[in-house]
Design a protein around this ligand. Structure first.
Ligand SMILES: Cc1ncc(COP(=O)(O)O)c(C=O)c1O
Length: 379
């Protein structure tokens, strides 16, 4: 691809940080000072008292579900418009994901539908900050408090976003971030749990490290996993999180360039940001008009790719994934807003170093492809 869909922003400080781990005389490549430093910086960035850095956002979600004791008898209300991991973490513990449809503007889980889906078996609500835009955490908190449910924040895509001045990841009982290379900051692979709950943080930390207790290296007090983040990755994380404000600002600049160029276009819906949100943009996802079909969207994807432009049909609804349909009996028609959005969405190239010329090239190719769809495709 001439213009990739995503690209990490790695500078000389990042490179030096990783190299310094390898150069250290003590050869400490795991469970060392960089991990602690990364966790301390993440706690500050997310307005939390504890952060547990691990090897992926998926691991972080799994640790929270297990630490909360969610199991086969339990239901967790969640969104079908997300990356698969926010549902898989529930299935991993044998619990039942209960999907509810999304708000058509924020694309995050709709609190009214959440309230209506609570049953005696509901144990938790797992919301997602879709594409970096915060879910309606105040409304979700009220529902969770009213029914005595745990609120879990999947903020994998939202490090640096704020709602009413409060950091994403700071609202529920615990939240997570992801640090895959397309995220606002990266550690290669990586993720973190953030929480103010000391016992939950301790449980996550122990399970991420083979279920170790305080009794030493070969003392295991619970079922554990190896979800640890190594020192090279943590060092990269320390360097990257130190640049979080600059990285978020660079992404905002690209998003604004897209919005300037595309807001007047009648054939697409551009992403919108609520007034009380400080947005840390994860991706830039546009949507074709409701009159367009999935085939129209796929035709636009093909045209962009033919011009060397990286793009994706992002997200594909979780309830339509083959193994979820098999496991839960979900089918097309179950969540119409999610399907309408999922069928028409296109993630455009988006990364902090993207130049004005690259944005212009994407916009030109997109407008050209939209022309071929005809007038019925107007919003
Ligand atoms: C919403 C959401 N949740 C969870 C994850 C899982 O993170 P990871 O890929 O680090 O396991 C992702 C990753 O992209 C995500 O977008």
């Amino acid at each position: 691809m001439t213009i990739p869909l995503a690209k990490p922003d790695i500078n000389d400080d990042d490179r030096a940080a990783v190299q310094s781990v390898l150069d250290d005389a003590d050869g400490r490549l795991a469970l060392g000072p960089r991990l602690s430093a990364f966790e301390a910086a993440l706690a500050v960035a997310s307005d939390r008292t504890h952060a547990v850095a691990v090897n992926s956002g998926t691991s972080a979600l799994h640790l929270i579900i297990r630490s909360l004791g969610i199991g086969p008898a339990d239901e967790v209300i969640t969104t079908p418009y997300s990356f698969i991991a926010s549902t898989n973490c529930i299935l991993m513990e044998g619990a039942t994901p209960v999907f509810v449809d999304i708000d058509p503007v924020t694309l995050c889980i709709d609190p009214e539908r959440v309230a209506a889906a609570v049953t005696p078996r509901t144990k938790a609500i797992l919301g997602v900050d879709v594409f970096g835009h915060p879910a309606d955490w105040p409304a979700l908190t009220s529902i969770a408090d009213e029914h005595g449910l745990a609120l879990i924040e999947d903020s994998a895509e939202a490090l640096g976003s704020r709602l009413g001045g409060r950091a994403c990841g700071s609202f529920g009982r615990a939240g997570i971030f992801g640090f895959y290379p397309n995220k606002q900051i990266t550690t290669g692979e990586g993720g973190a749990v953030v929480t103010d709950d000391e016992a939950l943080a301790a449980s996550c930390r122990s399970m991420a490290d083979q279920g170790r207790g305080d009794g030493g290296w070969l003392n295991h007090v619970r079922l554990g996993y190896n979800y640890r983040l190594d020192e090279m990755s943590a060092a990269l994380g320390v360097s990257q999180v130190g640049r979080l404000d600059a990285l978020v600002a660079a992404r905002r600049r690209v998003a604004e360039a897209y919005l300037d160029a595309l807001s007047g276009c009648e054939r697409i819906v551009c992403p919108s940001v609520a007034d009380d949100v400080d947005m840390s943009w994860f991706v830039f996802v546009i949507r074709l008009a409701d009159a367009c079909s999935r085939e129209d969207r796929d035709r636009v994807l093909r045209a962009l790719r033919a011009d060397g432009i990286g793009c994706r049909d992002y997200f594909q609804p979780i309830h339509l994934q083959p193994f979820i349909q098999e496991a839960l009996g979900t089918r097309r028609g179950d969540y119409p807003i999610t399907e309408a959005v999922g069928d028409r969405s296109i993630a455009l190239p988006f990364f902090p170093q993207m130049t004005a010329d690259q944005v212009a090239a994407v916009v030109e190719s997109l407008l050209c492809a939209l022309q071929t769809l005809g007038d019925r495709c107007e919003v």
